[in-house]
Each structure stands twice: as C-alpha cells, then as structure tokens.
Write a protein that binds this ligand. Sequence first.
Ligand code: ATP
Ligand code: MG
Length: 256
Amino acid sequence: MSHNQNHPKIRIENVSYAYDGKPALHDVTLDVPANAITVFFGPAGGGKTTLLRLINRLNDLVEGTQMSGRVLLDGQDIYAPGTDVPGLRRRVGMVFALPLPLPGTIRENVVYGPKLAGERDQTRLEEIVVRSLTQAALWDEVKDRLDSPASALSGGQQQRLCIARSLALSPEVLLLDEPTSGLDPISTGKVEESLFELKQQYTIVIVPHSIQQAARVADYAAFFLMGDLIEYRPGTEIFTAPRDQRTEDYVTGRFG
Ligand SMILES: Nc1ncnc2c1ncn2[C@@H]1O[C@H](COP(=O)(O)OP(=O)(O)OP(=O)(O)O)[C@@H](O)[C@H]1O
Ligand SMILES: [Mg+2]
C-alpha cells in the first residue's frame, strides 16, 4: 500500500471468532491504513459487523464467544490484559445503522460525551460543538437552532448528529456500521461527503449499505463471505477488476 507511514493504524491478525461454537470469522488478517476509508462488504452473515465490533471491544459482554488472534491499534494489542477499555472506546468511536440521538437539544447531544469525560470549560465545549458539527457536515443546517430538540431533525440530520457526537470525543478511528441504511439518497450523499472530509484526519472503517456505496467511498475494500476474507485491495481495483471469482460474482450482482 502506498502510504507515507510504516505501520497500519489497525492490524487484524489471524482473528477467528465464534458465537457458541458457531464460527463467524475465520483466520482474518488485514491492515487498516490511517487517513483512508476502508470498507468491509459482502453478503449478510459474513462477519462484517462482528469484525467491526471487535475493533473497539463491543463484543466483550456477549457471552459464550471464542476468539483467537490479535487486534492491534497503533501496534498495541487491544485485548492485552490491563487495556483501558473506556480509553480505547474514546479513541475508536462507533456509529450504528439507526441514528439514536439522546433526548435533549442538538447542543446537548454533542457535548454529552465530552462532559461525561470531565470537560467543564464552556468555551472549549462551544468549540467542540462547532468543530464536531462542521466535520459531520451538519453545521450550516443547525447553527441557528442548536437549542432545538434533536428529535426534530430529519433522519439524515440525526445520523450526522450521531457522527458529530462521536467526533466530539476526538477519536482517532471511526467505525460505521451501515450508517446510511435508513436514509434517502440526498442525506446519504451528505454523510458520504462528511466521510471524505473526515478521512483527512481520521481512520475510517465502514460497512456500506450497498455495493454502489462501497464503490463510491472505498479507498480500500475487503470482501467477506461466510466469515472468510476473500479479497482485500484498493477500491479502484476490487470493484472494476476483482481477482477472485466469488468477489466478481458478488460485485456484478450474480449473488448476494
Ligand atoms: N450476538 C450474536 N450471537 C450469536 N450469533 C451471532 C451474534 N452476532 C452475530 N452472530 C452470527 O455471526 C455471523 C456473522 O454475523 P455478522 O452480524 O457479523 O454479519 P454481517 O456480515 O454484519 O451481516 P449483515 O450484512 O446481515 O449485517 C452470523 O452467522 C450471525 O448469525
Ligand atoms: Mg452487519
């Protein structure tokens, strides 16, 4: 990969994972570069969400699971004993398919996380509001109504508010699981636009809601099929000239 850095931001190393003995990921190895959008795509049940959740230890509380292999963030094993898990989750933010704003105003939604983390300075909180909403490509639409209820926003705006809430904690990595699955094409376009902005500064991993979206946003794309990583290459190559027959069948719509 052509990157002006020696180490990947995230390294998935020989990760296998099972729920109650039922395999969900099989010996997956892949490097996620910084300052790029990496896409995990493939048919339902392939393990995309599972792998995303393993990157910020969201599956810790799921019972009866078996994991082997390592997940490294900046070279550090995030499953090593003594890992600061809340600290990890501040560095690695997650955005889900259904936007779920908190009760309260737009401003309150953005400052909730930073306040919980101990930030009390009003000037700094205000800066966080402006920066996060701007980075999430929502500022222009809400700057005159920061004290209106978040619930009054459209679905697409609520999703960008959820992205802003993650950004308010200044993460290094942003994980997004089908963040635009409920959105109309215009709102989807705005979320994608914000991702292009964000990748200048952050490491982004997204499970797209369609192959078309995967092709639009991917700098790198990983194709998952039934827990196996089939192919992982630059987005410009995998969607136009897939090497594996199974990838080709999927991207040309022959199955899935
Ligand atoms: N909490 C869970 N308990 C038991 N099995 C699970 C759990 N979560 C996922 N699985 C199983 O693990 C496998 C991978 O699921 P996962 O949700 O990671 O796939 P996915 O690629 O995200 O699929 P989709 O495109 O439908 O979101 C599936 O067989 C699924 O049934
Ligand atoms: Mg999923």
